[in-house]
Design a protein around this ligand. Structure first.
Ligand SMILES: *Cc1c(COP(=O)(O)O)cnc(C)c1O
Length: 361
């Protein structure tokens, strides 16, 4: 049976992906050279369509990597000489922190309790930190940090760079890119694409810091240093043979999202989230995990399931809907439901009905 995936990544594909893959194969895209004009055109189209969709300034750099996890490592390697500072409130922000430690960077962190946000005005960031690392939407717990809080952090620490993980909130989250130095995501969540492509958005000034770090450190990595990525970016290429099909599909889906309009997508996302969260008013087995509404994610809905989540997950699966379990130790107590642009209002309504039906049984 064809299932509908409400898992927070990989997730349901954007409805046009199959059509674009078919076209790509008809046009030999998986076989073309990554140094050919045909590829340059694909690359250029994907970069410019993405910038148009997400309101990214023209002079910002877009680098294609293999994943968001690689994005964390490359940003840390290239812009930090000695110290980073991390806001940790779940598994993915912790991964960012652990990555810094693995690279031998002196990483410090502030830790929030699971399901809670940060009181940003009260947090003291080490004076000599060079990079502040934040996960805008913590996929493991469904906590999202309001963009205004993130701008405040940047304003209060102007000399430091800020790196923002938007993997499970892009393209829903509205970002003023002039205020953020490095932003990154991978495409298998809110862009509804097959996994295998990471995207980094870099403010041009950041390359000055890269030059400085290069003078101070023995190595910034090998083929995917920001200097090397920049050199190839200027030629509409990547240093290695990239995920050509992925880059092509990314451009096509960005075009489709642009046609629908992020304004419409954002409005629908808010309505679908409201509909799902409201199930707690009519079905007694569920409660909302993130208590504070300000930091409750609209793209990853996390519900506590009093009767345990395992049999609920099986129940909806039999009806054709796949939802995520809780993360790690919350696995059997919670469900996580993705609410991305590819999740239609109709399917979301159906899922909500199933949640109700399960509770009423
Ligand atoms: C899924 C996810 C990642 C990891 O993405 P990969 O593409 O698997 O590297 C990182 N951060 C967040 C917030 C995520 O949800």
């Amino acid at each position: 049976m064809k299932k509908t995936f409400f898992t927070p990544g990989p997730s349901e594909l954007y409805p046009t992906v199959y059509k674009h893959i078919k076209t790509a194969f008809e046009e030999n895209i998986p076989s073309i050279s990554h140094r050919s004009d045909a590829f340059h055109e694909i690359y250029q189209n994907s970069v410019s369509t993405f910038k148009k969709l997400y309101n990214v300034p023209k002079d910002y750099r877009i680098y294609f990597l293999s994943s968001a996890t690689e994005g964390m490592e490359r940003i840390l390697e290239n812009v930090v000489e000695k110290k980073s500072f991390h806001f940790v409130n779940g598994a993915f922000s912790e991964l960012f922190f652990n990555t810094a430690q693995s690279l031998g960077i002196g990483a410090k962190k502030v830790q929030a309790k699971a399901g809670e946000g940060f009181d940003v005005e009260k947090i003291k960031i080490e004076k000599n930190a060079e990079l502040i690392c934040l996960t805008q939407n913590e996929t493991s717990t469904g906590v999202s940090t309001p963009m205004n809080d993130i701008y405040t952090i940047k304003k209060n620490n102007e000399k430091m760079l800020l790196a923002l993980d938007i993997v499970s909130s892009a393209p829903f989250v509205d970002i003023d890119f002039s205020k953020i130095d490095c932003t990154f995501f991978s495409v298998q969540k809110g862009f509804g694409l097959p996994a295998g492509l990471g995207v980094v958005i870099l403010k041009p000034d950041v390359l000055e810091k890269v030059k400085y770090v290069k003078k101070k450190k023995k190595s910034l990595g090998s083929f995917h240093t920001f200097e090397n990525l920049q050199k190839y970016y200027e030629k509409n290429e990547t240093p290695e043979t990239p995920n050509v099909l992925g880059i092509y599909l990314f451009g096509k889906v960005c075009e489709d999202l642009y046609k629908k309009g992020l304004k419409v997508i954002r409005k629908e996302t808010i309505e679908k989230a409201k509909n799902l969260f409201n199930v707690v008013n009519t079905a007694k087995t569920y409660s909302i995990f993130v208590k504070e509404e300000m930091c409750r994610s609209k793209t990853v809905i996390v519900l506590d399931v009093e009767s345990g989540s395992k049999s609920l997950i099986n129940f909806v699966k039999e009806k054709g809907y796949v939802v995520g379990s809780g993360y790690r130790d919350l696995k059997d107590r919670q469900i996580r439901i993705a609410n991305f642009p590819q999740h239609s209002i109709k399917h979301t309504n159906n899922l909500r009905k199933l949640l109700q039906e399960y509770s009423d049984k």
